[in-house]
Ligand binder design. Structure first.
Ligand code: NAD
Ligand code: UDP
Length: 331
């Protein structure tokens, strides 16, 4: 009799109580490049997802696979306005990331960074949610320290064309730590280094998508400056794995997540050319103002705290990304 009662009790627990223990996530910028990959991972893990986006650079087609799923909700909303939802976790990604897009309306970018983060921290504080901020390597500006550890304070122009984004993310980080000090809000601050992969927009303007789309169309590849500036490119799947580990771990951050293998932009152009069409020309255009000359993450903190490191190298990641654009552009 006792065993039967025990089974009945266990069944009652699973049928009635378990559904309420599913983690409820709010993903701001969820229809964008990184946000949509994050929504995929959370949905595949059986969690609930509210995807919030104003579709400035995001697309419904990035998350269309989840529309109609009872665990998934889509909200058109601008994070510069407050919102009330009951959630356990806030993944705050809403903000244009490509220089072309964030410079389109720089005042709006600054508002999105400050007011958006302020509104999301207010929500996190009210409902007791943990918030992860998608910050950026741009907080280091044009760095004089190489590679960049989290302790480096940065070299950022306050009045240049990149400042709306760089300073926007710096004040967003400041807000997070002030909320933690004042209200004990649980925060995670992730400094994301250049990330690429499927679902970048063809007209995104960032270097990986630009080179691939140009090469697939048989056009010349546009190098800004002499192409000797460096970046370290992380494949999207690795980045999302790091993001989830940071959210689930105990370290508030700030924490660098990125692939530490450094390439010049000319190396990248050569690699894309070799993979798609070696006959394409490289054309040199003016280097934009304040374009950082070198960038490479020091990822020792992520390795120590999260046992995280990248798994996909640029060669493999580019193949996946080229396949995606080839299918999308029908080339
Ligand atoms: P993305 O432009 O593809 O995605 C941003 C998403 O936010 C889009 O869906 C856009 O429509 C949405 N959005 C923008 N402003 C909004 C607003 N005011 N209200 C609601 N939604 C808004 O860019 P991404 O590469 O996916 O970047 C996501 C986040 O990661 C950004 O915060 C970005 O700063 C950060 N980040 C990305 C990289 C990278 O290499 N991809 C590097 C550093 C930091
Ligand atoms: N870049 C380039 N050609 C392009 C696009 C970008 O040479 O068509 C350069 C750009 O000047 C920068 C680097 O590539 O030095 C990375 O640019 P991206 O916009 O991808 O990212 P971020 O500058 O924000 O790191």
């Amino acid at each position: 009799m006792f065993v039967v009662d025990l089974i009945r009790l266990t069944l009652t627990f699973f049928v009635f109580l378990m559904p309420y223990s599913v983690t409820r996530n709010l993903v701001t910028g969820g229809a964008g490049f990184l946000g949509s990959h994050l929504c995929d991972r959370l949905m595949e893990a059986g969690e609930e997802v509210i995807c919030l986006d104003n579709y400035f650079t995001g697309r419904k087609q990035n998350i269309s696979q989840w529309i109609g799923n009872p665990r998934f909700e889509l909200i058109r909303h601008d994070v510069t306005e407050p919102i009330k939802v009951e959630v356990d976790r806030i993944w705050h990604l809403a903000c244009p990331a490509s220089p072309v897009h964030y410079q389109f309306n720089p005042v709006k970018t600054a508002k999105t960074s400050f007011l958006g983060t302020y509104n999301m921290l207010g929500l996190a504080n009210r409902v007791g949610a943990r918030l992860l901020l998608a910050s950026t390597s741009e907080v280091y500006g044009d760095p004089e320290v190489h590679p960049q550890p989290e302790s480096y304070k940065g070299c950022v122009n306050t009045i240049g064309i990149r400042s709306c984004y760089d300073e926007g993310k710096r004040i967003a980080e400041t807000l997070c730590f002030d909320y933690q000090r004042m209200h004990n809000t649980e925060i995670r601050v992730m400094r994301i280094f250049n990330t690429y992969g499927p679902r970048m927009l063809p007209d995104d303007g960032r270097v990986v998508s630009n080179f691939i789309v140009q090469a697939l169309k048989g056009e010349s590849l546009t190098l800004y400056g002499d192409g000797s500036q460096t970046r370290s490119f992380c494949y999207v799947d690795d980045l999302i794995e790091g993001m989830i580990k940071l959210m689930n771990g105990n370290h508030s951050g700030p924490m660098n997540i990125g692939n530490p293998t450094e390439f010049t932009i000319r190396n990248l152009a050569e690699l894309v050319r070799k993979k798609i069409n070696s006959n394409l020309e490289l054309i040199y255009q003016q280097l934009p103002q304040d374009d950082p000359l070198q960038r490479k993450p020091d990822i020792q903190l992520a390795q120590k705290e999260l046992s995280w490191t990248h798994q996909v190298d640029l060669d493999q990641g580019l193949d996946q990304t080229i396949d995606y654009f080839r299918r999308g552009l029908n080339l």
